[in-house]
Design a protein around this ligand. Sequence first.
Ligand SMILES: Cc1cc2nc3c(=O)[nH]c(=O)nc-3n(C[C@H](O)[C@H](O)[C@H](O)COP(=O)(O)O)c2cc1C
Length: 325
Amino acid sequence: MRLGSYTFDTPLVLAPMAGVSDRVFRALCRRHGASYAPSEMTSANAELRATSQTCRRLNMDGEDSPRIVQIAGAIPAEMAAAAQAAVAAGAEFIDINMGCPSKRVCQQLAGSALLRDEPLVRRILEAVVGAVSVPVTLKTRTGWSRSERNAVRVARLAEDLGIAALVLHGRTRECAYQGDAEYDTIAQVKAAVSIPVIANGDITSPQKARAVLAYTGADGLMVGRAAQGDPWLFQRIRVYLETGKMLPPPSPTEVLSTARAQVGALHGLYGPGLGAKFARKHVGWYARWLPQGLAVRAAFNAIEQAGAQLAFLDNLWTQQHREAA
Ligand SMILES: Cc1cc2nc3c(=O)[nH]c(=O)nc-3n(C[C@H](O)[C@H](O)[C@H](O)COP(=O)(O)O)c2cc1C
């Protein structure tokens, strides 16, 4: 699949996840086989753009190419300005969020709420594509509601307006995250447009990855929640797609050294207080790979200080290392 000057062989993309796919997690997933990883959504709203959260999300220092910033909003001129600001901050692609079902985002008629207003979709896509010289991608859902699955129309519109690639989550806005993702609409969209289509939703294993690629004909896959606590999934999927072989799961020592490095980097990115909070979330997800994982998670959650979090993980690593030797 070609995207701007980049060529990807069946891209496996880390999904943008606000509060999860920060610069640290993106780098980790890319080291383990993710082809690229858009930023968490950044608000196009001019006031929100000045907040520390948006500034942090726009900071791509040290990030490998291609650097992709996702923007969310509903006002074409604001979206255009946000895209330009992201390019000025180093973005090599812009991704437009028309997929988020969150009430906070949808009440401002952004995210997947936009799908109900196709003329506005057109104005936003025109404004953003016209505002920047880098490729613009679109991430969206299959429609507003189960009875209004307009993804094929939106995809054709996007292709006509110069969108470089589409990511399609196999749920409607009404579905939020309930039920299983459906892939029929993704297959219909893939058949209807000639720009690359990336399938998203419930890709939880190498076998599911292969089945969704085969069923939809999609050019690549985007993985979100299944990568939480499992950055190794990208490599497992890649090897399975290429060879049919299943890699073994990560060992407890590998999990702990990965968690240790990530937690240290989170303290650096967010500062010790907020960093420790984000660390608890990620270590909670890693705990599934560890013996007595539930007890590990509970013990780690009780730790307040950043330094004590690192010491805890160091001790656990030493213990696991001894047991494995
Ligand atoms: C915690 C969380 C945060 C998310 N934040 C974003 C976001 O910032 N932008 C976006 O387009 N989608 C966001 N999503 C949706 C995901 O990108 C993805 O489309 C969705 O989770 C379905 O993929 P999955 O089944 O592989 O998780 C978020 C999802 C989760 C779980």
